[in-house]
Design a protein around this ligand. Sequence first.
Ligand SMILES: Cc1cc2nc3c(=O)[nH]c(=O)nc-3n(C[C@H](O)[C@H](O)[C@H](O)COP(=O)(O)OP(=O)(O)OC[C@H]3O[C@@H](n4cnc5c(N)ncnc54)[C@H](O)[C@@H]3O)c2cc1C
Length: 529
Amino acid sequence: MTTILTNEPLELCADVLVIGGGPAGTWAAWSAASRGASVVLADKGFCGSSGATAPSGTGVWVIPPGGDARAEAKAKREALGGYLADHDWMDRVLDRTWRNMDLIESWGYPFPHDGGATVRRGLQGPEYMRLMRNVVAKAGVKILDQSPALELLVDGNGTVAGARGIRRQEERPWTVRAGAVVIATGGCAFLSKALGTNTNTGDGLLFAAEAGGEFSGMEFSSQFAVSTAYGSVTKTAHYSWAVFTNEAGEDLEAVKDGHYSASTIGRALLNGPVYAQLSKAKERPEVQAFLRYAQPNFFLPLDRNGIDPFKQRFPITLTLEGTVRGTGGIRLTDGRCASTVPGLFAAGDAATRELICGGFTGGGSHNAAWAMSSGSWAGEGAADYAIGLGAYAHARDVTGAGGAGLRAPSDARTRFDPDAVIAGVQDEMFPLQKNLFRTEHGLRGAIGNLDGLWQSVGGRAIATESARDVQRAREAAALVATARWAYASALERRETRGMHRRADHPQIDPAQHHYQHSGGLDRVWVRAG
Ligand SMILES: Cc1cc2nc3c(=O)[nH]c(=O)nc-3n(C[C@H](O)[C@H](O)[C@H](O)COP(=O)(O)OP(=O)(O)OC[C@H]3O[C@@H](n4cnc5c(N)ncnc54)[C@H](O)[C@@H]3O)c2cc1C
């Protein structure tokens, strides 16, 4: 173990530890506390302003009960998702989201009014997450900010029994002994800088795998979103008002039914610059005003560059959001969001969202609904499980399950440079030719390179001068591991389904209408689920 981790730790005991304080984590913490559990919530950043929801407005999949509206809502994305979504799970999420939105309203969220009724189609991230932090704190949850988890603790049977991490501002480790742990660390956007995602480095996936957990749908990790070429704001709803053009000014006809096609834009980007202009709102000042009100941060990079997006075209690019608006994640085994590892639960983007999205992005509505629903179930499930253990929960002998980047022989030759590893992962994940338009040849090459990177982090630690170093080392390990599960799964799915596009298998194949599970660290495995 390295120096910083031997400083005197903060030691806590709780029934439930929640790792991650975005919507999934806060709903899990509140739900567990409401079940009578003592709860600690640890976030890498600041619970209330970290993660993908906090910075911006979020559409929510909230459909009133009764009539045909829910059947229509479920049908809408089924084909896009490659028919992998599960109707029972969709029904559960729609029910739970409806109830949770009632709670949010009762807690004082300022929903707009249309006449007398409140309009509950979306939530403004900053207000929503500030509210959730207050609600969680009021419920008695102990919040550890700036406290990234580094590894899970397991008992002699391999059951998860807490976690260990670091208090960044105090340069001091923390340990929480817990009866159950909820992983709610979000997805993995590979440090692309997509809005709100730079704490989403796949840490929770690495922790789960180190404890023996499995994943599902990791091939659905190729979510690329439009941003300006000089900014990383990937809020994209406004592009339904856009016309995308090439250098010559020709319309790429990339927008259909209000959605842009990433593959159309991606193909054009491989041939030269692509531009967007919100031309469809050019003569609509009332729409322009609404767009600015609804999503102010969309305009920030444009305003800073003196661009009027309604009158001028601006260069755009595609930025990787990976599994954040992709759908792969920790495999769940039941309706309480339990994982395959006893004592470990998962929620939000850290868990697979195939159950309600299939292989299509859950952005725009489904993911927000999933985060609050799965968070609630995971929190309740973890509370019941932990309370059921009684005093035994904290009497167990435990050890740290973490490996890559954290533990190694003291031999200096085993140390590595996390930033070089991260750059190496990005070289495999960012190029459109490799990740958006996948081929067997390209995937095999990338997997070879990623395996090489894993060799350089697996079983190695970092020279730890600071909390930042040790956090960075674990992030590097998590990024390599997540990339390997994503590409190994992509190689096995020899078809095009949902967001997973195989240039060498451009059609959907009815024989592959199944989930794919994956896992493993030194040896990555994939099998039909
Ligand atoms: C630009 C953009 C726009 C989007 N718009 C929509 C939309 O309109 N509708 C919709 O449904 N979805 C949308 N999404 C997706 C939505 O934001 C996510 O699905 C949602 O935030 C998931 O919630 P979460 O709690 O699982 O993860 P997050 O909100 O990402 O929170 C994860 C938390 O875990 C913390 N964390 C990470 N690692 C650690 C660690 N090692 N230790 C402790 N804490 C850790 C992070 O700091 C973070 O606070 C959008 C995503 C993006 C990127």
